[in-house]
Design a protein around this ligand. Structure first.
Ligand SMILES: [Fe+2]
Length: 394
């Protein structure tokens, strides 16, 4: 079905392969960058992951002008402002961000502040905050296969004082170059591999069923789910095999392109709130909440979920199911995947297992209904709907 109107954009150049990082200096030269700021975190430095990129820049004769490695697990407004200051103080002319969603989103936030010549990100909250060209050439090197932030026009940054995750959306936040290299993810522990993989799956499922879904975002979502079906179990069985890691990195990227254009819905709205209020890691929240969100939407988009069964469970399972039952079977396929990941990695299956308390549920519900993602969910949801969903997921 073609919607009456839609828009689609992905302008990011993609480098994918076992030695993709070695090509970053060439890309920086093309963008006339001579003094890149490398943005990462302390853990990635101590693991030697960031140093693969830093070394490649040195070899390519465009060494980092400065390395900022103090990005916390949840990117915060203060960090964004601090990075923007470090960029100016060191006379940088581009950012190479090496990290998970938090690092990449910090780079996006900093690029807003730098472009506007400002000092505080809080002045630019909301959508299309970055009007006009971004002044910061930006290479994104993801070190997890999940957020898709390397190809999305969105950034989620935490306001640590209000305990709220804020969304920033603008085409101008799209990175110039995204680099997928299996050396960045090959050492990821099983539970993070599982959680981030489920985040990618959630992006694809929500994008496919959200109000802004369109034929192009559908293609990316289907391709992402096909890869996840095959390679998420494979990467957990053989985590050191680079082919498996590269496939999951591609899956996350495909899902990222899909949801950057079609957006996400209730699962992300509630998941952001679980992160902000109770500190639940994003991917784990996605895994737990996805079947519940799909069940909530089933009456409205059951046919769409039915189409996804082909990709979630494969042709045999799809053909074995009566067309009217395929939507429900798609939800069961997600539940089965969650159970497998729980058994293999100890990932929680319920909010209570994840440390959420019953008293926090009303606060999470109140926060979730104000999340921007809720507007794109195919079925409207109010406070009572969300609280009921949270109780089922508890
Ligand atoms: Fe997500």
């Amino acid at each position: 079905m073609i919607p009456e109107y839609y828009e689609f954009r992905n302008s990011t150049k993609i480098l994918s392969g076992t030695r993709a990082i070695e090509n970053i200096p060439f890309e920086l030269t093309n963008m006339k960058v001579t003094r890149p700021l490398v943005l990462t975190n302390k853990q990635l430095r101590s693991l030697g992951v960031a140093d693969v990129v830093i070394g490649a820049l040195e070899k390519g004769l465009i060494p980092a002008a400065t390395v900022y490695d103090d990005v916390p697990v949840d990117s915060s407004v203060n960090t964004v402002n601090d990075v923007a200051k470090a960029y100016a103080d060191s006379g940088c002319d581009g950012i190479v961000a090496v990290g998970g969603g938090s690092v990449l989103d910090t780079a996006k936030g900093a690029s807003i502040v730098i472009t506007h010549g400002a000092t505080d990100l809080m002045q630019y909250m909301g959508s299309e905050v970055l009007v006009g060209d971004r002044m910061v050439p930006f290479v994104a090197v993801p070190t997890t296969a999940g957020t898709g932030s390397e190809v999305t026009s969105a950034a989620v940054i935490k306001d640590t004082e209000r305990h709220v995750k804020m969304g920033f959306v603008s085409y101008n936040l799209l990175p110039d170059v995204a680099v997928l290299d299996p050396r960045m993810t090959v050492g990821l522990p099983p539970r993070i591999t599982a959680a981030t993989g489920m985040d990618a799956l959630c992006h694809a499922v929500e994008a496919f069923s959200c109000r802004q879904a369109n034929p192009l975002s559908d293609c990316y979502a289907r391709a992402a789910i096909d890869l996840i079906r095959e390679y998420l179990p494979a990467v957990l069985a053989k985590p050191k095999v680079q082919k498996n890691r590269l496939a999951m990195a591609n899956a996350a990227l495909l899902a990222g392109v899909s949801f950057s254009n079609a957006m996400v819905g209730i699962v992300h709205a509630i998941g952001h709130a679980c992160g902000g209020v109770a500190g639940v890691p994003h991917g784990e929240a996605m895994a737990m909440l996805l079947p519940h969100g799909m069940t909530y939407n089933l009456d409205v988009v059951g046919d769409r979920y039915g189409e996804l069964l082909l990709h979630l469970a494969g042709p045999e399972a799809y053909c074995a199911e009566h067309p009217a039952d395929r939507g429900g079977a798609a939800i069961e396929a997600v539940r089965a995947l969650n159970r497998m990941l729980h058994d293999k990695t100890g990932m929680p299956l319920t909010l209570s297992q994840a440390g959420v308390t019953e008293e926090q549920l009303p606060v999470i519900a109140r926060t979730a209904i104000n999340d921007g993602a809720m507007a794109f969910n195919p079925r409207d949801a109010g406070y009572d709907d969300v609280l009921a969903l949270l109780r089922r997921a508890f």
